[in-house]
Design a protein. Structure first.
Length: 155
């Protein structure tokens, strides 16, 4: 039996307020949240991404960079369009289905909730998973169905 590929959906950590949404950096709280989440994920045996996708928004990239630093190993970061708040979850779900390696992605609400719903409830797509900042959900595909492996969150 082929081992399951485990993907992880991660919401960026807390960011500064500001008029330029795309350029808002992480706050001091957000940097601490990302560091703590990275340490928590480093202890999780199922968290073994081959690469980390992040949205073009600064706070997502900074969260991804801090996660990699906390992991203590090299994981390539890939800017991925479509992970923005208004991104199409169907396109991201198709990319995850096609991936032959585990991927972690760092994105935003409401895209992450819609993506989780698309993966877990493909016909009804209720927003079953709400993503607070600095939260992660690992999911694996079993046949055509997806299931949640674990959820993690830092304060």
């Amino acid at each position: 039996m082929t081992p399951a590929i485990i993907h992880c959906l991660i919401r960026h950590a807390h960011a500064e307020d500001g008029p330029d949404d795309a350029g808002r950096p992480l706050s001091d709280l957000g940097r601490e949240q990302a560091r703590q989440l990275g340490e928590l994920l480093a202890r999780e045996k199922d968290f073994q991404p081959a690469e980390i996708w992040h949205s073009p928004l600064l706070r997502a990239r900074e969260t991804a960079e801090l996660l990699v630093a906390a992991l203590g190993r090299e994981v390539p970061l890939r800017l991925r369009r479509g992970l923005e708040p208004e991104g199409d979850p169907q396109i991201t779900a198709a990319a995850l289905r096609a991936s032959e390696q585990p991927v972690a992605l760092v994105g935003h609400e409401p895209h992450l909730s819609a993506l989780a719903a698309t993966l877990l409830h493909p016909t009804s797509r209720p927003h079953a998973i709400a993503f607070p900042k600095a939260a992660a959900m690992a999911a694996t595909r079993e046949g055509s169905a997806w299931r949640v492996r674990w959820l993690a969150r830092v304060p």
